[in-house]
Design a protein around this ligand. Structure first.
Ligand code: HEC
Ligand code: HEC
Length: 233
């Protein structure tokens, strides 16, 4: 019996070996951009690069993307596609004078200067490094009085104003959908609130869906749902 089993295992190993081998051969001729390198991302995140004017991200976004300063978002465990998109959109596109993602009062975001000298490879390396980090110090909801209203908006939207349920895109537990919708669970509530107001004012113009949604929300709707979202796990 033992003998038989090992023969079967050997056969399946051979099959597997073949399957692993063929794609690597097929991929060789097409030399695309270098694969993102999380270790390089970690070094740049922690140390910056003084020669190129890159400030260490850790000084604002905390150890491994866990920010202890509420105005600076947590970046750990965020979708790498989303992070990469943001790093690009803090910079004015070629030929444009302003970035799509601006900050308070429509002034350039702090991140526009922080990300100015990042290369394409830096942005990919940083994004992959951050997506692999644990959100070890998630923020929590702070105001029990807002919970009921926040939960209602999160789960059911505001039907009479055509605001869709946040859960339908950002997922019921706030983890988002990698590659499509960012994580909000565990994010600092004041940061979430600020972003919704920036979307509503149009200063953050890199998410048309969110501009339309925030446009139909009042300050108190925004406050309640931001606090609720922060507490989601
Ligand atoms: C001086 C403090 C500071 C430094 C240094 C800094 N950031 Fe930021 N970062 C911020 C602030 C503040 C925001 C929120 C910006 C806004 O709302 O306009 C932000 C936002 C971001 C976002 C958007 C997150 C989201 O959820 O949309 C990303 C991504 C980001 N930073 C990455 C980085 C990386 C990578 C570095 C290092 C190269 C870095 N930051 C350095 C302060 C900083
Ligand atoms: C139809 C899908 C959809 C729905 C519904 C939706 N969102 Fe979003 N949301 C998005 C997308 C897409 C982005 C990313 C925009 C970008 O690329 O910058 C986003 C981004 C955000 C951000 C910015 C996150 C960050 O880290 O800066 C916040 C905050 C947010 N949404 C809150 C909400 C809230 C609260 C609701 C419910 C009232 C909601 N969203 C409903 C699609 C949606």
């Amino acid at each position: 019996m033992k003998y038989l089993l090992s023969k079967v295992m050997l056969a399946s190993c051979l099959v597997l070996g073949g399957a692993v081998l063929s794609p690597s051969i097929a991929a060789e001729p097409a030399a695309g951009p270098a694969k993102p390198d999380a270790a390089k991302g970690a070094t740049l995140y922690e140390q910056g690069d003084a020669a190129r004017g890159v400030v260490a991200c850790v000084s604002c976004h905390g150890a491994a993307g866990n920010s202890t300063i509420p105005a600076n978002p947590n970046l750990a465990a965020q979708s790498h596609e989303y992070l990469y998109k943001q790093l690009n959109e803090f910079r004015p596109k070629t030929g444009a004078t302003e970035a799509l993602r601006k900050g308070v009062d429509g002034a350039p975001s702090v991140m526009t200067a922080m990300g100015a000298s990042l290369t394409e490879a830096d942005m990919r390396n940083l994004s992959v490094y951050l997506t692999l980090q644990k959100l070890s110090e998630p923020a929590t909801a702070t105001n029990p009085k807002l919970l009921e209203r926040g939960q209602k908006i999160w789960r059911g939207g505001i039907p009479d104003r055509n605001v869709p349920a946040c859960a339908s895109c950002h997922s019921p537990n706030g983890a988002g959908i990698p590659g499509q919708y960012p994580r909000l669970g565990g994010q600092h509530p004041s940061y979430i609130e600020e972003q919704l107001k920036l979307f509503r004012a149009g200063h953050r113009a890199n998410g048309p869906m969110m501009n339309q949604i925030a446009d139909r929300m009042s300050d108190s709707d925004i406050k309640a749902v931001s606090d609720y979202a922060a507490g989601l796990r």
